[in-house]
Design a protein around this ligand. Structure first.
Ligand code: X90
Length: 275
């Protein structure tokens, strides 16, 4: 039996078409810790964290959380948030080494998404599709790396505060946007780090620039997944605009879980596409 295991940055709580489990990252202040598992009240946790006066931070899953999730399957596909911004990929690799030492007969492949949220969703869906089609472990493990390279991730954020205080983005870039109505549009670099593209004033300008970027990266109507932090209206506006240009494409919108919600912050949008 095979299983797909992803960390909670994938924003999915379940994935009915394949055996699937998520392993939580955690979010903390000096007074409270929220485990980003499927029971978490995401809205409540994000509200607490955004109004807390003091520092807040995140932590990658423990190796035990990973090995518990591996249990019971013979063939495991692990999909993680970018190694360029998180220790999650490294903790998964460590867990795999420990697990294989005890269960040498198992097959495990760890995929570094070099992305987050929607980028993980596209990888998870592709693995499930290929397993459904009967591909072997070896085929999936090698081809998924190529597929990853065909994906692009864009984001439009109203604040980079949490990314900056946690050292995930340059403080100079972050300070440029604390102003009302300014959003930063960016993309994931090939190394899985944050690459700012432009400062945009208002949703209309974000939308125009995002569409231009999607066109220029070679998008021709492939799958699109969008994650939003309490901003379904903007996610829908983006979806409508893309469908206006490319027709009835395969596009889905999901709300962020806590990890992406914390870093993308209120109103944030993350979009992953096949290019
Ligand atoms: O504590 C940890 O190990 C987790 C650290 C995660 C840091 C980055 C999360 C980013 C989430 C922000 C916009 C998208 C940027 C994606 C670039 C690859 C969402």
């Amino acid at each position: 039996m095979y299983k797909i295991v992803a960390d909670s940055s994938c924003d999915l709580k379940d994935f009915p078409s394949a055996p699937f489990e998520t392993v939580p990252l955690s979010l903390s202040t000096d007074e409270a810790t929220f485990v980003d598992d499927t029971n978490l009240d995401v809205t409540g946790a994000l509200h607490y964290l955004s109004t807390y006066h003091g520092r807040s931070y995140t932590a990658c899953p423990s190796t035990v959380a990973w090995t518990d999730a591996f249990d019971g399957a013979d063939e495991i596909y692990v999909v993680t948030i970018t190694s360029g911004l998180s220790g999650t990929y490294a903790s998964a690799c460590l867990a795999v080494d420990q697990f294989l030492a005890e269960h040498p007969e198992k097959k495990i492949c760890v995929v570094d998404s070099l992305s987050t949220g929607p980028g993980l969703v596209l990888l998870i869906e592709k693995i499930a599709e290929w397993k459904e089609a009967g591909k072997s472990f070896e085929e999936v493990a090698t081809q998924i790396v190529e597929y990853q390279k065909s994906l692009r991730l864009f984001f439009a954020l109203q604040s980079l505060h949490n990314l900056a205080v946690n050292g995930r983005v340059n403080k100079l870039i972050a300070s440029a946007i604390g102003i009302m109505g300014i959003r930063i549009l960016g993309t994931a670099s090939a190394a899985g780090t944050i690459d700012p593209i432009a400062k945009c004033r208002g949703d209309k300008s974000v939308l125009e620039r995002l569409i231009k970027e999607i066109k220029e990266c070679g998008y021709h109507g492939g799958k699109i997944r969008i994650c939003h932090v309490e901003n379904l209206p903007l996610a829908k506006t983006i979806a409508e605009k893309i469908r206006e240009i490319y027709g009835e494409i395969d596009l889905q919108i999901v709300p962020a879980r806590a990890l992406c919600g914390y870093y993308a912050e209120q109103g944030g949008i993350i979009l992953g596409c096949e290019c």
